[in-house]
Design a protein around this ligand. Sequence first.
Ligand code: HPA
Ligand code: ZN
Length: 337
Amino acid sequence: MDEFIAGLPKAELHLHIEGTLEPEMVFALAERNGVKLPYASVEALRRAYDFRDLQNFLDLYYQATQVLVTEQDFYGLARAYLARARDENIRHAEIFFDPQAHTRRGVSLGAVVEGLSAAMKDAAREGGPTSRLIMCFLRDLPAEDAMATLDAASHWLDRMSGVGLDSAEAGNPPGKFTEVFERARSLGLRAVAHAGEEGPSAYVAEALDRLQIERVDHGVHAIDDRALVARLAGERIPLTICPLSNIRLRVYPDMRAHPLKRLMDAGVVVTVNSDDPAYFGGYVNANYRVVQEAFALGRGELGQLAKNSFAASFLSEQGKPDRIAEIDAYVKTQQAA
Ligand code: HPA
Ligand code: ZN
């Protein structure tokens, strides 16, 4: 089954580029940029990856991002992820970045966006994956900061497909960003948001109603509200679920307790993603593997998850049937083998 998963064509829709910063790269960049780290070695840093909850993870994640300084750093970061994604048969990636995590340290938005988008262009030219950029606002900062970030990004809007919302969820409900998302949508940007990761199911409904998002990032706590699950299924609103992340951040004690299969069975468009793979113990294929093992999924169900990833993507509607047909063909040949 591991081989089947490895060969399955798929899209990744929930990936924070800053979360692909591997410890070795943290140390290499710290040295190159003269940034002092409070860890003696790569191993010591890796040992710190034992998280109690989302905030505890975010503290380390933002600390590590400080080694990212130049346009070249962002280029290298995205190139490394896209090479890895290609090895995992990811054909398309929709990549989050956190501009405020960099601009608040004095790094220019231009360095971030130019570096990332140059890497995305080069990777696509060299055989893939294709990719899109989604700019996330930090929800624990004031809405005014998010609005100022959106304004500052006006020069680079052609590089972005959409906006998102991330960072500490509890106490920062989606409604806080209603005007920012309204403005983003009026500028032609698509909208997604993290909701129902550590926050309650009510945040998922609020993100749909007030931010008018097209997909929910995580959204696992929707399982606590039957009517909401029926709505997600009925309106075909996809969830970008990140299984290893949910276990590492103790959203659920183990995969058996995870609602992914129940959501699938209820007809929700579920996708499998890696979130912050350098921190949570695996890239996309590792996430498919833990789901397969926990729920004894067959090739047809794994193929469905991969088909969902393209259906839920921001690829053009005309392009989707071919991608989906490719998965059907793959599943068929593998079943015959
Ligand atoms: N949740 C919220 N914010 C984040 C995450 C996450 O899983 N990863 C990076 N920023
Ligand atoms: Zn995330």
